[in-house]
Write a protein that binds this ligand. Structure first.
Ligand code: UDP
Length: 482
């Protein structure tokens, strides 16, 4: 069950376990936290890996040879959830059922680990609170989305109590205390229908946020000043039990090229002029409908800009179709991109099937813009490389992120969907791609992203606010360990 081991020199260090829920948007930042704890804060970490329905990309990420000493991956035994989920089960419900079943052996796994200073869990693993309570292990939550989404989540139980109708029928935006109001159109899918399991699961887990000893956030003060101030100072959060909030981000993975396709992609980028390439990727789960994928391809071609697109088989059924199997379904993009597209754009663009080396591409000097689904990790990766974005939200809280990036942070442009059309049309895609790579607006967005990049570097360095924020917590763990 245990991959790798902990050297004797590590035994004197405080020991913390980290438990992500499935999905790379959760596993990646929790793994980065684990690495930072081990490498910079003198903590040894056991990383508890939920193996049920783990994607190929997740298995590759947790390959033990790439991990620093002091960090070991412990695979939780796979659970059989085949009778509990079906093709129709929605993404969060499936994820939560997976976690519930996978965590059945958690108590014995934690007991086997010996004395732990803390367990750090993902938002959707709150079953761990009771278990850790029995074992007297302080439990922290690493909230992987934005701080403004944390404010919304802490407010949701109150909204649930005070509002009778569906939230999507409210006459005005949701006024989250101290924060920018959330437009009804931007509400995440999980709260758009209060009668279904998606909502019940989401509410269950956010209801339990106050049980945490502290909440880590993959963000920093300069990026979300309003939301941090609200959670710390607004009377609503002072009256509701709100754990101490620790901004420790942006925590980002540092990729190494692993596959032939990664190397090919980077070699091609080496030959392109600086800031000239648009990277198109929709996170781990994001998929487009067949009609939208066709428009996107035509829009890219018509823009006459350079691009790399992470291409996936379209799905008319779900915008998050690859969430549980990303990296496993490598197919030939020719089969679903418009006929002749790859030939006509040869030399100007390339299509990478299923999964690309996103962090390396965003960090490459030839990359000039990112068409992204606005998952929080992708958002942070873009900003910390100083790259402006075309915001293309698909599911979860991505619409809220997109609005924030366009209207508050000023690093993104959002394509307009003509009323009644249902897809972003090719001319609009051409317009925004040109704007972000060549236009004056694009230059302003790039300048803003670069300012934030510099601030992000400062906050993570010794003495920076995120570094110190994590240091304070690890010092407490060390003091208890002595
Ligand atoms: N990612 C990647 N290659 C891809 C697509 C995604 O490396 O082709 C990584 C990306 O760098 C990010 C993560 O997967 O770290 C996606 O997380 P995010 O929160 O942006 O979106 P989610 O997958 O949760 O929707």
């Amino acid at each position: 069950m245990v991959d790798g081991g902990i050297a004797e020199s590590e035994i004197m260090k405080p020991h913390v376990a980290v438990l992500p829920s499935p999905g790379l948007g959760h596993v990646i930042p929790l793994l980065e936290l684990a690495k930072v704890l081990v490498v910079h804060h003198g903590v040894q970490v056991s990383f508890l890996n939920i193996t049920t329905e783990a994607s190929v990309a997740q298995n590759q990420l947790l390959h033990p040879h790439t991990l620093p000493p002091g960090l070991r991956v412990i695979d939780l035994p796979p659970a059989d959830i085949s009778t509990l989920v079906s093709e129709e089960t929605l993404v969060l419900t499936r994820l939560c059922i997976n976690v519930e079943e996978s965590l059945k052996p958690l108590k014995s796994v934690l007991m086997e680990l010996g004395k732990l200073q803390a367990l750090v869990i993902d938002l959707f693993c709150t079953q761990a609170f009771e278990i850790c309570n029995e074992l007297s292990i302080p439990t922290y939550t690493f909230f992987t989305p934005s701080t403004s989404f944390l404010a919304f989540s802490l407010y949701l139980p109150t909204l649930d109590r005070d509002v009778d109708c569906e939230f999507i029928d409210l006459p005005a935006p949701v006024q989250v205390p101290g924060c920018t109001p959330v437009r009804i159109d931007d509400l995440l899918d999980q709260v758009r229908n209060r009668k279904i399991d998606e909502y019940r699961w989401f509410l269950l887990h956010v209801n339990r946020l106050p049980m945490a000893a502290g909440i880590f956030l993959n963000s920093w003060e300069d990026l979300e000043p309003v939301s941090f101030k609200a959670i710390r100072e607004h009377p609503f959060y002072q009256k509701t039990p709100t754990p101490p909030v620790h901004p420790i981000g942006p925590l980002l993975k540092r990729d190494a090229a692993t596959t032939e396709s990664d190397a090919e992609c980077l070699a091609w980028l080496d030959e392109q002029p600086s800031n000239s390439v648009l990277f198109v990727a929709l996170g781990s789960g994001g998929t487009l409908t067949a009609a939208q994928l066709t428009e996107l391809a035509w829009g890219l071609e018509m823009s006459r800009q350079r691009f790399i697109v992470v291409a996936r088989k379209p799905s008319d059924a779900s915008a998050s179709a690859t969430f549980f199997n990303v990296g496993g379904d490598i197919n030939d993009p020719k089969a679903y991109l418009p006929e002749g597209f790859l030939e006509r754009t040869k030399g100007v663009g390339m299509a990478v099937p299923s999964w690309g080396p996103q962090e390396l591409v965003l960090g490459h000097p030839s990359t000039g813009a990112f068409l992204s689904h606005c998952g929080w990790n992708s958002t942070l990766e873009s900003i910390t490389h100083g790259i402006p974005m075309v915001a293309w939200p698909l599911y979860a809280e991505q619409r809220m992120n997109a609005t924030m990036l366009v209207e508050e942070v000023g690093v993104a442009v959002k394509p307009v969907v003509e009323p009644g059309k249902g897809v972003v049309e090719r001319e609009e895609i051409e317009r925004v791609v040109r704007m972000v790579l060549e236009g004056e607006e694009g230059k302003v967005m790039r300048r803003r992203a670069r300012e934030l990049k510099v601030k992000a570097e400062k906050t993570l360095n010794f003495g920076g606010s995120s570094y110190e924020s994590l240091s304070r917590v690890t010092k407490e763990w060390k003091a208890q360990h002595l």
